[in-house]
Design a protein around this ligand. Structure first.
Ligand SMILES: NC(=O)c1ccc[n+]([C@@H]2O[C@H](COP(=O)([O-])OP(=O)(O)OC[C@H]3O[C@@H](n4cnc5c(N)ncnc54)[C@H](OP(=O)(O)O)[C@@H]3O)[C@@H](O)[C@H]2O)c1
Length: 289
């Protein structure tokens, strides 16, 4: 078996690749923008560039499928690549989906799930909750430079999950048969408000971090001023607005059921990724809120 890992440089994909390598499962990293240090086992790949498909897909039997946040028209920009993978002999696809995607036709993952269900392939949907790693990537600069988190989530709770747990569940789905034709929803053990998130990061850093619940318009201006693209800002706004109304607060036991251990806690995540919030010499974050 050879697993093709899309989004191999991404938040979940990098851990999927690492865990497959650690287990000795043959894996090929599909890399969108190869870097100079990209390894020999990586191939250049884009869902939207058919010239990259043959080399990436040849000999692959399973595929970790991640929808790049930049792709919203999945029918046009992802399904042709998935059909090609099936033609090249891929038999199993494990989709990184979104908590509640089955109930929300507006999200692209809904379309991907429907296609996979009818595809004749073996599939698993990993419907992840919000990643803890959003705090150490998307929101890292404002935490580091201004000591604050700005999101339009009000006092709503979110059942954050560590991307490493999501990856571990996906690896289980790729490497054994128990999760074929199943949907799993990995979340953390508890749902947190952003005030609690700020407190936990603050405790880890020994420095104050506060939460500012912005209104939708202020958030829009804030992210756009930081250079977040229009479409991505719109998606963030929709997702955080759902959090405001506790629509992302559902806690499951799926990590424990699949992996036989508790999910990684937010405190441990904050400890492991504290370097993301430590001062570094660079241009200060622009204060637009
Ligand atoms: N963030 C969350 O809380 C969360 C929760 C649940 C589900 N999800 C879902 O998880 C998925 C991944 O989101 P993320 O924010 O964590 O992103 P990510 O995986 O950290 O980054 C996106 C990845 O996609 C690659 N990529 C970009 N354009 C591509 C293309 N045309 N073809 C192939 N690969 C391409 C990027 O490679 P380069 O960097 O080389 O361009 C990068 O590796 C999304 O579908 C999202 O909806 C996210």
């Amino acid at each position: 078996m050879t697993v093709l890992v899309t989004g191999a440089t991404g938040r979940v994909g990098r851990h999927v690749l690492q865990e497959l390598n650690e287990r000795g499962v043959p894996a090929r990293a599909a890399v969108h923008r190869p870097a100079p240090d990209t390894t020999a086992r990586a191939v250049s790949f884009s869902f939207t560039d058919p010239r990259t498909w043959r080399e990436a897909m040849r000999g692959a039997t399973s595929m970790f499928v991640m929808r790049p946040p930049q792709i919203s028209r999945v029918k046009e920009d992802m399904l042709p690549a998935l059909s090609a993978a099936r033609e090249y002999g891929v038999k199993r696809m494990v989709l990184l989906s979104l908590q509640g995607a089955d109930r929300n036709p507006a999200v692209p993952h809904h379309t991907l799930e429907n296609w996979l269900r009818a595809s004749g392939l073996e599939w698993t949907f990993v419907r992840a909750g919000f990643f803890m790693q959003n705090l150490s990537t998307t929101h890292a600069a404002e935490i580091r430079d201004l000591g604050r988190i700005v999101v339009p989530a009000g006092g709503g709770r979110t059942s954050f999950v560590d991307a490493r747990d999501v990856a571990a569940v996906a690896v289980r789905a790729l490497t054994d048969d128990t999760l074929v034709r199943e949907a799993v929803t990995p979340t953390g053990v508890t749902a947190l408000t952003y005030t609690e998130v700020a407190e936990l990061i603050s405790t880890e850093l020994g420095a104050p971090v506060s939460y500012i619940s912005s209104g939708p318009l202020a958030f829009w201006r804030h992210r756009r001023a930081q250079g977040t693209p229009h479409a991505e800002t719109a998606v963030m706004l929709a997702l955080y607005s759902a959090c405001r109304f506790n629509l992302a607060a559902g806690v499951t036991h799926d990590v424990r059921t699949v992996l036989g251990r508790d999910p990684i806690s937010f405190s441990r995540f904050a400890h492991d990724e504290r370097a993301a919030w430590l001062p570094r010499p660079h241009q200060p974050f622009r204060n637009q809120v």
